[in-house]
Design a protein around this ligand. Sequence first.
Ligand code: NDP
Length: 282
Amino acid sequence: MSAQILDGKAIALALRESIRQTVEQKVAEGQRPPGLAVIMVGEDPASAVYVRNKKLACEKAGFLDVSEVLAEDTTQEALLSRIDELNARDDVHGIIVQLPVPDHIDPETIIERIAPHKDVDGFHPYNMGRLATRMPVLAPCTPHGVMTMLEKTGLPLRGLNAVIVGASNIVGVPMALELLNARATVTVCHSATKDLEQKVRDAELVVVGVGRPNMIPGHWIKSGAIVIDVGINRLDDGSLCGDVEFETAKANASWITPVPGGVGPMTIATLLQNTLKAAYGD
Ligand code: NDP
């Protein structure tokens, strides 16, 4: 068997085009465009690339872009005040603070200050809680983008044995909640998990988000399994690779996401989708 490629780039482009059309129509009807504020503190080069991509996507979709870069030495108090101002603005529907923030700023305090209905990253405990209680409003973008991709396979998730490798607040944990809500049977693995190999070998769906190049050997993948690789790793030669050995996994899987061009583009498209929802409702 050789897996079909789950083409995140193409799925994301189609989603972004449908968002652009909705915005065009709403604006023609006299409504405001969705407004997204992306705040970056300091000049972390990797974050700068993400922020630039978000800004471009925002502009192409017809959103109001309120991105700003604050100085590295911005105090936590000043950042909180800026969030308060954005919370109060009628033309700003989504607010995100690009992580990581400098060490003198506590990310949890920042996330909790964003009004939950403007928390388009979906990281606020309110939005995580809504997802955990099966009443999602604004769900974290990367796992929700994965759900959109899984829908495209047409395969039922109900009852599927799903194994998630990685248990962070932005990837593994909300991914587990999404899959549980879709009635999959979910196992979440992390750095203290025993016998990871056997768990992956038993999985009909594997989602990996750890950040270690090629840590899941392709021969661990069960025949016919779906493989979602969230990992993005830059190698010494400058190229990108995922957390799963792609070629060997592809030989066993039924569907697989490439890196790059898989989950990554879906994260930004889902951020726009969340902002559209924050602006106009469902
Ligand atoms: P974190 O470092 O926050 O979390 C990594 C997780 O992997 C932790 O839960 C950790 O376990 C677990 N882990 C570490 N080592 C092992 C191991 N040997 N076996 C099993 N689990 C292990 O990373 P993120 O969640 O932020 O990101 C993970 C990857 O996903 C990165 O490559 C990142 O670049 C990528 N990413 C991609 C996105 C996209 O849009 N495609 C978006 C976000 C992230 P423990 O909890 O025990 O520490």
